[in-house]
Design a protein around this ligand. Sequence first.
Ligand code: ADP
Ligand code: ZN
Length: 744
Amino acid sequence: MLPHEGDILNRVRYRPETPVLPEIARAGVLLPLPLAGAYDYKLPPGINAPRGALVAAPLGNRESLGVVWGPAEGTVGDNRLKTATPLEGAPSLPAALCDFIDWVAAYTLNPPGAILAMALRSRGAFEPEALRTAYVKGDAVPARLSEARKRVLAVAEDGLARSVPGLAEDANVSPAVVRGLIAAGALVTTQLPEFAPFHAPEPDFAAPDLNPDQAQAADALRGAVKARAFSAHLLDGVTGSGKTEVYFEAIAEALRQDKQVLILLPEIALTIQFLERFAARFGTRPAEWHSDLSQKERRRTYRAVMRGEAKVVVGARSSLFLPFADLGLVIVDEEHEQAFKQQDGAIYHARDMAVVRARTENCPVILASATPSLESFVNAIGGRYSHLKLQSRHGIASLPQVRIIDLRREKDTEENGKWLSPPLRAAMAQTLGAGEQAMLFLNRRGYAPLTLCEACGHKLTCPNCSAWLVEHKYRRRLACHQCGYEIPAPTACPACKTEGSLIACGPGVERVAEEFAHFFPEARYAIASSDILHGPAETQAAIRAFARREIDVLIGTQIIAKGHHFPQLTLVGVIDADLGGADGDLRARERTFQLLHQVSGRAGRAEKPGLVLLQTRNPADAVMQALAKSDRDGFYEQERGYRERVAAPPFGRLAAIVVSGHVAEQVRAVARELGKAAPVAKDIRVWGPTPAFYSLLRGQTRERLLVQAAKGVDVQAYLRAWLGKVKIPTAVRATVDVDPISFF
Ligand code: ADP
Ligand code: ZN
């Protein structure tokens, strides 16, 4: 939740200078492993390696990649230290990255080596670069010159080095012809770098004419980039207002300054779409960085980023830890997205850490959203961030009208349908009749979230998690959305063995689609859902088909809520607007508002006006009312007031400790012991332990403790003192989540 970036900034220990180590150097070497700190090594005689230098460090009976982190701290004699050997020819990690790693480690209470591991995701990038063989024209002229051979030599005339298949293709001959010329000495070998270089994006390739609002925001951002100093900006504009076009101008300025740019997006699915849009504006695609890259692609990108050759990188969270040679701008798009919070391994919030990274690099950061996080909103209102607003949609598009459908008045009879109310169906019929497109949104994957036995009441649950099994009808399977466990859908109740007694409760997107097909048998539709059973490729295909108007209706989960621009989409139906609001956690209302606002924002993005229908059982709810009246700021003010009254983030701080392990009794005992050991301190309260929302997850029992502190409290110091008091057995883990955003 909040790092309240104000706090974050005050605590950045910015170390602009690289410490120079004394001759006969002993160095503290950080290994990319979750060890307590750097280990002391000696360096080979006469070698003086700066902070950030890469070394091969013996560790047990193997060798590990390591990074010189600072002076050695121990007093062990040189003769007892092992020697770490600097990697020949490998560039050092930039000092600002080393500082960033230290900062993130301290803030999230992770060992620095665990954070370093995230920055060394391509070990291959430090190895000597492989070269590839290519061919250029030689001096020898072959005796026999066929037409095919002449064509090859004509192509080679330009002096460029090409591979055998490359030459064959360019000359339109078979590779055998090329090989014949090599044998004859008419083509000779040369060596090329392993990878083709990244093309440089051109700042003025296809710059748009900005409208006055956009021009003003773009000016401010260009100025910030030119200033080459840290500053933070909230680019706050309604959906379709041109936020992307505006921050593209800031990128163009960074390119003119020969600086690198990092763009963080919450999901890979959005990254893929983004590449095309970027290429249309800058003439070439940016480099990408995310978990789907191959080792080879990683090596290429990592190296190019480190050498400053890849100018613009677009990526998911992990791209925050890339070794930029000269970073001049950081952008976080859809900054309110929860996906920016990494929940496994080292727990951190990429949006907050992006602000810190910009600070350590001394460059500006832009946070963009139509529905900012309350934290960023408060920072902008309070003047810590500059607040750049885009009030209206670009061009003649207007914001969609939002109407509430009170489900309490719509009886679900067989004829009415269970999930699509008559007013929603009437609007659908009208939209489809007019040849326009519609979207149905339900943030629930699968067919039905719960299957139970009509005879005995048994609910089908996951054996590894305290979670229901979700029916996926098309694949006839029941699956756990937490751990991926799945079974074929049984025909009889596993508890009482009654045949045919299992019934599906509640809808998922597949069930909505089934009902839609029943009422609109002619309409073309597809389901898009980020599913363990529906792969990302299928989702991409559905979204593309919708964009090309090969289908009329897209039925999906939050995957369809973000970023996409469909000009012919005029109707959005929200099947269950109350879903999510009932979570009862601090952020449930904010999240529901953001999600529904984003979904609504898909409608009416071109000339034709959009309509959004919200099906709800709580029409008077503040979230529904704010959406219907399009009173975003009113909602934010109300939410801000509430958080302030209860001293919740960003007006107070939270941290969670989750204790987990396979032996339930042991986990509970450790959690109780931790609870008792909590130091008493001013302005700090500790809640729990209590069973976590998923008290069983992937076979592990989970207990939670929650620390609530006043705004100025150094929560990390408190946690360190506390955790230092309790010896945690190796079979149990205590995971710290500073600024938790969800409470599962
Ligand atoms: P946002 O990121 O705020 O949702 P986008 O940047 O995606 O908005 O813009 C919405 C649509 O309007 C896009 O298709 C974009 O290309 C177009 N657009 C925005 N500003 C301009 C402009 N100044 N000139 C031409 N097209 C624009
Ligand atoms: Zn499970």
